[in-house]
Design a protein around this ligand. Structure first.
Ligand code: B12
Length: 154
């Protein structure tokens, strides 16, 4: 059985779309994520800061992306991400993986509650403030591999 992983040199690297959502202009983490995900074996389409839901979705469609990685640092993540999963489905992106990380809410809220909220909104992985990009890379490799195995089993 042929499986596709980001480290398999015979298959093109999976494309991911990366950006900072809403009116958020925090740029430093975004550049670090771009570098490390590239080094981790992904083709990264980086939309930068102040990205709308629609821009993420159009870029994912245009590039055939397997995942959208959202950052939100300024505390308005919940508002900016309302309806994101539903909009992805309406655009035909039923299978796209949605990840989010950063400072998703204002102030210090128990992260387990924050994670629960964003999982309910349709995100596949939710990372706490200051999460290492490597955590995201490992999770994405696992999630993509799991999907390929599930498809092969059907
Ligand atoms: C620099 C900075 C600014 C600069 C940004 C300059 C720029 N263009 O980048 C300026 C001065 C403009 C700014 C403005 C504001 N800021 Co500011 N800012 C910061 C500060 C000090 C550092 C941010 C940074 O660069 N961190 C370094 C990078 C490497 O870390 P990172 O961004 O967290 O990203 C890493 C991880 O989080 C993770 N990660 C991020 N996303 C994702 C996604 C996935 C999928 C994964 C796996 C991992 C991951 O990986 C990244 C790389 O290692 C932080 C405080 C802090 N110490 O973090 C406040 C902070 C983020 N800012 C804050 C606020 C409130 C604001 C303002 C609203 C302030 C105001 N009232 O105007 C505005 C918002 C402006 C806007 N429209 O966005 C708050 C947010 C509070 C909250 N969420 O509860 C913080 C936390 C400060 C604080 N303690 O109150 N800010």
């Amino acid at each position: 059985m042929k499986t596709e992983t980001p480290n398999d040199s015979s298959t093109p690297p999976p494309t991911i779309v990366l950006g900072v959502i809403g009116a958020d202009c925090h740029a430093v983490g975004n550049r670090i994520l771009e570098r490390l995900f590239k080094d981790g074996g992904f083709k990264v389409v980086n939309l930068g800061v102040m990205v709308s839901q629609e821009e993420f979705i159009s870029a994912a469609i245009e590039t055939g992306a397997r995942a959208i990685l959202v950052s939100s640092l300024y505390g308005h993540g919940e508002m900016d991400c309302q309806g994101f999963r539903e909009k992805c489905s309406e655009a035909g992106l039923d299978e796209i993986l949605l990840y989010i990380g950063g400072n998703l809410v204002v102030g210090k809220t128990d992260f387990s509650l924050v994670r629960e909220k964003f999982l309910k909104m349709g995100f596949d992985q939710v990372f706490p403030p200051g999460a290492a990009p490597e955590e995201g890379i490992a999770a994405l490799k696992e999630d993509l591999a799991r999907r390929i195995v599930a498809k092969a089993g059907n």
